[in-house]
Design a binder for this molecule. Structure first.
Ligand SMILES: NC(=O)c1ccc[n+]([C@@H]2O[C@H](COP(=O)([O-])OP(=O)(O)OC[C@H]3O[C@@H](n4cnc5c(N)ncnc54)[C@H](O)[C@@H]3O)[C@@H](O)[C@H]2O)c1
Length: 438
């Protein structure tokens, strides 16, 4: 099938490359000329494991191309996906649909009769109806089905998630669109992911409900972790003890610094705005957001406590800046709250991240960005692990112990065992487990 992907960000690029890999003919369009120029040179605008190879292969085999010209790509396509950004609107937290509606107007001007227009961006309930009226008003005589097909991929595991999804949600009542969408995803039939056909509004809500549920699960275990610290229990064991119950499941039960990223923070806020407007408030999600915000703000005090009550003039080495490993995405990362708070408290911050430093530099001022974790920890008073990159899971702790000024570690991801850290001579505190001393 001929597919146009409008918006070539994390979702558009990964989806476009995977659709091409299924055998479809895909044009990825973006209005960002620099991004398209880089892709045409074979350079990836984002870090995502395996993406460079996937893009290169499909571009070479001429199933995947890139363009800044929306009209020709859309005119020739049987299916047009919209994967533009839907950031939180400043001030009220509603989803900012400027990019979506702008794309819808441009698509409406170029689209051909019978094309299926699919929203992959995360959009509030009712957005499909608004897109439909934009297209109908612009082109009253062409038949275009407007479908919702929310995306559930995770950054860092995006290709595997796209190719082996737990489910594919398709919101439409249109028979032709249903057949076309079945054909789009047909190459996945061997993996047999359930294709869940729903109404369009239901599909739009499923995406928000899924993200809000996962954000709630994380926040739940984070609060249990705080309780563990207060009463001397171990959150890792609690998580395992409850996660082995199939009704609960072990995923998203890792206590940590609070959720961030490009989706959970904005999608939870957008959901509560939708719910408030519909006079059906979702109190649990409102609480999740405020608990998570407070958690991020309190991160610095964990480090200050571990440093004996003050970080004034002390060197703090921060390992990991991105909101999670295997991405260079810094959106809403806990480090963006922690680092300025440490600086405010008088600390000198050094930082290292395997992929995120270029993205982090404009967002964090006064930080010394280091070439390696060892460069960051040399002479430091404290080491804080903020993101659980694999590269930090097997650090040379003896070397770090020798070169740190004071061997204090705050592990916000629980990647080390307290007893081993104590045996290596560190003062070690983590999340939801008793702190240890050498
Ligand atoms: N990032 C994720 O992990 C993820 C996962 C699931 C769903 N989503 C959702 O998918 C959507 C896209 O997210 P993203 O992270 O890929 O965003 P992104 O910001 O990385 O990419 C969006 C791209 O759209 C382009 N764009 C905007 N308007 C355009 C137009 N009129 N024509 C052509 N290009 C245009 C921008 O230049 C940008 O490159 C959002 O709604 C997001 O909530 C994201």
């Amino acid at each position: 099938m001929r597919i146009a992907m409008v918006g070539t960000g994390y979702v558009g690029l990964v989806s476009g490359a995977c659709f091409a890999d299924f055998g479809h003919e895909v044009v990825c369009v973006d209005k960002d000329h620099n991004k398209i120029a880089a892709l045409l040179r074979g350079e990836m605008p984002i870090f995502e494991p395996g993406l460079d190879e996937l893009v290169a292969r499909n571009a070479r085999e001429r199933r995947l191309s890139f363009s800044t010209e929306l009209a020709p790509a859309v005119r020739d396509a049987e299916v047009v996906f919209v994967a533009v950004g839907t950031p939180a609107r400043r001030g009220d937290g509603h989803s900012d649909l400027t990019f979506v509606f702008e794309a819808a107007r441009e698509i409406a001007a170029a689209v051909s009769h019978g094309t299926v227009l699919v929203t992959k961006s995360t959009v509030p309930v009712g957005t499909g109806d608004e897109i439909e009226s934009i297209v109908r008003n612009a082109r009253p005589n062409v038949q275009i089905a407007i479908v919702s097909n929310p995306e559930f991929l995770r950054e860092g595991a995006a290709i595997a998630d796209f190719k082996r999804p737990d489910r594919i949600v398709i919101g439409t009542d249109d028979k032709h669109a249903r057949a076309v969408m079945t054909e789009v995803y047909r190459p996945l039939y061997l993996n047999a992911p359930p294709l869940l056909f729903t109404g369009r509004r239901t599909a739009e809500l499923i995406k928000y409900a899924a993200n809000a549920f996962l954000a709630t699960k994380i926040t739940f275990i984070n609060e249990i972790a705080d309780l563990c610290e207060a009463i001397g229990a171990d959150v890792q064991e609690v998580a395992r003890g409850i996660g082995l119950d199939n009704r609960i499941g072990g995923k998203f039960l890792h206590a940590g610094p609070g959720f961030g990223g490009s989706c959970f923070p904005k999608d939870t806020v957008a959901l509560i705005r939708t719910a408030q407007e519909a006079d059906a408030p979702i109190n649990i999600v409102e609480t999740v957001i405020s608990v998570n915000d407070a958690r991020k703000k309190a991160l610095a005090s964990r480090v200050i406590d571990a440093c004996g009550g003050s970080v004034e003039g002390k060197i703090v080495a921060v390992l990991g800046l991105t909101f999670k490993p295997n991405t260079d995405d810094m959106r809403e990362a806990p480090s963006l709250v922690l680092v300025p708070a440490l600086q405010q408290a008088g600390a000198v911050v050094r930082a290292h991240d395997p992929q995120g430093m270029e993205q982090a530099k404009p967002l964090l001022s006064g930080v010394r960005f280091c070439d390696s974790p060892y460069d960051a920890t040399d002479g430091a008073d404290a080491l804080v692990i903020v993101t659980e990159w694999d590269a930090y899971r097997a650090l040379d702790l003896d070397r770090i112990h020798k070169t740190m000024k004071s061997p204090t570690v705050v592990d916000l991801r629980n990647i080390y065992r307290p007893e081993e850290m104590a045996a290596k001579g560190f003062s070690y505190s983590s999340i939801g487990r008793p702190p240890v001393r050498p």
